[in-house]
Design a protein around this ligand. Structure first.
Ligand code: PRP
Ligand code: URA
Length: 209
């Protein structure tokens, strides 16, 4: 069974309080999403392996730590996942970025796939799939399946707000994928929006409603 990490860092909790407010406008919303992604990236990379290497300071030779082996990639689920990319890259600038285009059909609530472009060597990378919202889990489950179908083996999923229903569905579909959550909310409403949530993340990031 996958591990689920719910962030307890006070800065993350404080900033999530601001993105939930309906009066927070797109400009501030985008900035906060990016900052939360940066802080969550810091927490979600805690267990990356290190190796010792020899270097020379201006004073003498010494041994320092360097990230070991595995290369990283960030894969946002379009559209809303795009809002988290800058924050992730601020922490791991050498990561490559792939894109998966999915939207949730408003009638069926099933994910509809429209784009997939990944780094060539994505199957050799540790991949962080990012999307601010995990509601029913349909979108993230489909996105991760698209990666697995292309040979990607090491996947983590990061979201800012999650519903318990989505977490359960993800754990059942992808028991090998650890989930990093900014805040775990109460439930889904009758339209499968997260309660209390923050509304439609894509619309709030891009100001489309
Ligand atoms: C939102 C969100 C997730 C998905 C979550 O995207 O960014 O991708 O819904 O819901 P689920 O867990 O029930 O699949 P949306 O479909 O609104 O597309 P958008 O980002 O293009 O607005
Ligand atoms: N997608 C969103 O953007 N918000 C929700 O609450 C659920 C799905």
């Amino acid at each position: 069974m996958s591990k689920v990490f719910v962030m307890d860092h006070p800065l993350i909790q404080h900033k999530i309080g601001w993105i939930r407010r309906k009066e927070t406008g797109s400009k501030e919303f985008r900035t906060l999403i990016s900052e939360i992604a940066m802080l969550m990236c810091y927490e979600a990379t805690r267990d990356l392996k290190l190796t010792d290497i020899e270097i020379e300071t201006p004073i003498c030779k010494t041994t320092v730590k360097e990230l070991k082996g595995k290369k990283l990639a960030v894969v946002p689920i379009l559209r809303a996942g795009l809002g988290m990319v800058d924050g992730m890259l601020a922490m791991i600038p050498a990561a490559k970025v792939g894109h998966i285009g999915l939207y949730r059909d408003p009638q069926t609530l099933k994910p509809v796939e429209y784009y997939c472009k990944l780094p060539e060597d994505c199957d050799e990378r540790e991949v962080f799939v990012v999307d601010p919202m995990l509601a029913t889990g349909g979108s993230s489950i489909a996105a991760i399946q698209m990666l697995k179908d292309r040979g990607v083996k090491n996947i983590r999923f990061m979201c800012i707000i999650a519903a318990p229903e989505g977490v359960k569905a993800m754990q059942e579909a992808h028991p090998d994928v650890d989930i990093y959550i900014g805040a775990l909310d109460k439930k889904l409403n009758e339209h499968c929006y997260i309660v209390p949530g923050l509304g439609d993340a894509g619309d709030r990031i891009f100001g489309t409603k």
